[in-house]
Design a protein around this ligand. Structure first.
Ligand SMILES: C[S@@+](CC[C@H](N)C(=O)[O-])C[C@H]1O[C@@H](n2cnc3c(N)ncnc32)[C@H](O)[C@@H]1O
Length: 229
């Protein structure tokens, strides 16, 4: 866990830039679609787990639903610091609050939030089941858990081209710009070793969520899983 924390802290200064660059701007669209899976209601509270620099929380607030509040949780102080600066510039400080905490041990009471989101975070947990159980625990009955993660494209031809980029070029560009080659080698490695969509669905089910569904975006580069408490 410390290594993952240290790795993200070391790339925090280039994290947003590299997200835009390496995904060719698609990461914003992926987050927007994931956030759309929650019907945000005035005055409600949400949690963004493994929030990084807060891009999911920002997408929620951008929906301009009156009086919503998002707790953005991450265990990397550097990520939170960059995120904090960003939301201040956007004047979103009254709606988004960062918390330095472990997503696998959330410092919140049961049933504290209306729904939970986690983008590109679950894959990095040391225990995925524990992290998902924690999201379930802190949301209210009928609240939704939305998980956005990288996945493996199904089409063989597309996958071949994508993997050339994802396994070869991305680690190089990411490494050069962030100065941390291992972090951008970890990205494809962790995605290739991660659950399939059906396996993640099962983990969510075992964590106590119901009505679990998923759909892919951009030829299966990413998948959005949703489930209810
Ligand atoms: C790939 S980034 C995703 C950030 C953000 N959700 C986004 O969409 O850009 C993964 C983040 O998860 C955080 N993270 C990983 N494991 C965590 C854990 N157990 N508890 C809290 N944060 C964690 C890392 O510090 C990092 O900021």
């Amino acid at each position: 866990m410390t290594n993952i924390n240290e790795m993200f802290s070391s790339i925090a200064h280039r994290y947003d830039l590299l997200n835009r660059l390496l995904s060719m701007g698609m990461d914003k669209y992926w987050r927007r679609v994931a956030v759309d899976q929650i019907k945000l209601m005035p005055g409600e509270k949400y949690i963004d787990v493994a929030a990084g620099t807060g891009d999911m929380a920002i997408e929620m607030v951008r929906k301009r639903v009156a009086g919503i509040h998002v707790a953005a949780v991450d265990f990397s102080q550097n990520m939170i610091d960059f995120g904090g600066g960003k939301i201040k510039k956007m004047h979103f400080e009254s709606m988004i609050k960062f918390h330095l905490a472990d997503g696998e041990n959330l410092p919140f009471e049961d049933n504290s939030f209306n729904s939970a989101v986690c983008a590109f975070g679950v894959r990095n947990f040391s225990d995925q089941s524990k992290g998902i159980k924690e999201m379930r625990r802190v949301i209210k009955e009928n609240g939704r858990v939305v998980i956005l993660e990288f996945s493996k494209p199904e089409n063989r031809f597309f996958r071949f081209l994508y993997y050339l980029y994802f396994k070869k070029m991305l680690p190089l560009i990411g490494g050069l710009i962030s100065g941390r080659f291992s972090a951008y080698r970890y990205l494809p490695d962790s995605v290739l070793n991660f659950y399939s969509q059906e396996e993640l669905k099962l983990v969510m089910k075992k964590a106590g969520l119901r009505k679990i569904n998923y759909f892919t975006l951009t030829f299966g580069i990413v998948t959005v899983h949703t489930g209810y408490k």
